[in-house]
Design a protein around this ligand. Sequence first.
Ligand SMILES: *Cc1c(COP(=O)(O)O)cnc(C)c1O
Length: 234
Amino acid sequence: MSVIRENLQVVRRAIVDAADSVQRDVHGIELLAVSKTFGADAVITAVEAGQNAFGENYLQEALEKISTVRAKRPDLNLEWHFIGPIQSNKTRAIAENFDWVHSVDRIKIAQRLSEQRPARLPPLNICLQVNISGEASKSGLLPDDVLRVAQEIADLPRLRLRGLMAIPEPEGNAEQQRAPFREMRALLEKLRAAGLQLDTLSMGMSSDMPAAIAEGATIVRIGSAIFGTRGYAK
Ligand SMILES: *Cc1c(COP(=O)(O)O)cnc(C)c1O
C-alpha cells in the first residue's frame, strides 16, 4: 500500500476521532489535501485513495500540475482550491482554473476575481483570510475589518462568499491552539448575525487539526500529514 494512501487513512481516522470527541457530525468536515511542492503523480495517488479536493499555494506550480493531471486522467473531476497569497496580476488565471479561493484579503482582489470568472463556470467560492493572531507580517484582514469587507464582497456577481480562513501562529498545546480558532468561530457568527449566509470555516493544518475541528472547522487543510515533509528545493 502506498504511503499516501496509508497517510490518508490515518488523517481521515483522526478527523473522525476529533469530530467524535466534540460530538460533531464528521460529514460537516471536508478534507482538503494540500499538494503544494508535490507532483501530479502524488495527486493521482491520493485520488485513487478517494481524495477529491486539493489545495495549492503557488500559482505557476498549480497550473502545471492541474494540466498534467488533466492530461493523464481526463476522466477525473477534481476540486482545486487556491490557498496562497494573491498578487493582482494573477487573478485571471486563478479565476479560470480554481473552484475555491481561501486567501482573499482585499476588496480589489475580489472584484478582479469576480470580473474575470468565466461565464461558463459556476461562481467562484471565496473565503476571506483573517489575520487572527494579529501578526504584522502575515497576510489577512484584521478581525475588525472583516464585516465591512464581507458586506462589500457578498454581492459581487461571479463570486460566492462562503466564509473565513485563518492560519494562526503555531501554539504548543491543544488548549492554546483552540483560542484563535474560537475567535474565528465568533467572527463567523458575527457575520451571520449581520445577515451574511456563510457556511465555511477553513482552518486547521497537520499540526493543529483537532483543535480547529473542536472549534467548528468545516474545511481542514492538510499537507505534510498526507504527502510527507515538503522539500522546498523541488
Ligand atoms: C501548506 C499549507 C497548509 C498545509 O500545511 P501542513 O502543515 O503541511 O498540513 C495549509 N494551509 C495553508 C494556507 C498552507 O500554506
